[in-house]
Design a protein around this ligand. Structure first.
Ligand code: URA
Length: 186
């Protein structure tokens, strides 16, 4: 069967590749425009996301949406957003290497279907998984990393911005950089 967003979403719904399937309420596939230049990847669903089956719908997600809206980027218009792992780790623990690896093929298939030009890694877990294991958000955020056909950028996780609001300005600069980078892509 040809793999589409729907078939992949259904496959993920019944996934039992790692222990997170035992505690999840819902899998969180992602949200936004299916064919877009711009893909955001976060870490893992939290409590609200697990309950609603949608990514970044809690407090930190609302902050991210608000900052992106200011540069005219939104999931209803021009981006897709998902996570490294599709199920909530209990107590919002960092997803383990085993959990990340179990889910990696799903993200790869999402990337193949979406075919984004730019992937923004939201926070340390996404950036160390997708850009470079040594990625340091405070030092490396906002830089463009070319990997094959796709350009990557890492930025602050919005939950870190809620804890350290002094970094919001730097994070917003990343989104301005992103916006002008996107504008010069064909
Ligand atoms: N944090 C994430 O990394 N992803 C979500 O979906 C929600 C919070």
């Amino acid at each position: 069967m040809e793999r589409t967003f729907e078939t992949l979403k259904n496959e993920i719904k019944s996934c039992q590749k790692c222990d997170l399937c035992l505690t999840r309420k819902n899998t969180v596939f992602g949200d936004g425009i299916a064919k877009t230049k711009l893909l955001f990847v976060g870490e893992a669903p939290g409590q609200m996301e697990d309950e609603m089956g949608l990514p970044f719908v809690g407090r930190s997600g609302k902050l991210l949406d608000k900052m992106l809206a200011a540069v005219d980027i939104s999931r209803t218009k021009n981006m897709f957003i998902t996570n490294i792992v599709k199920c909530r780790p209990p107590n919002n623990a960092d997803p383990t290497d085993t959990q990340r690896q179990a889910c990696a093929e799903y993200l790869k298939q999402q990337i193949d279907l979406i075919s984004p030009k730019v992937i923004v890694c939201v926070g340390r877990i996404a950036a160390t998984s997708l850009i470079n294991p040594d990625f340091r958000v405070t030092k490396d955020h906002g830089k463009i990393y070319k990997k094959g056909e796709i350009d990557f950028m890492g930025t602050f996780h919005p939950s870190a911005l809620l804890r350290f609001p002094q970094n919001k300005e730097e994070a917003f600069k990343d989104f301005l950089t992103l916006k002008s980078f996107l504008a010069q892509l064909s």
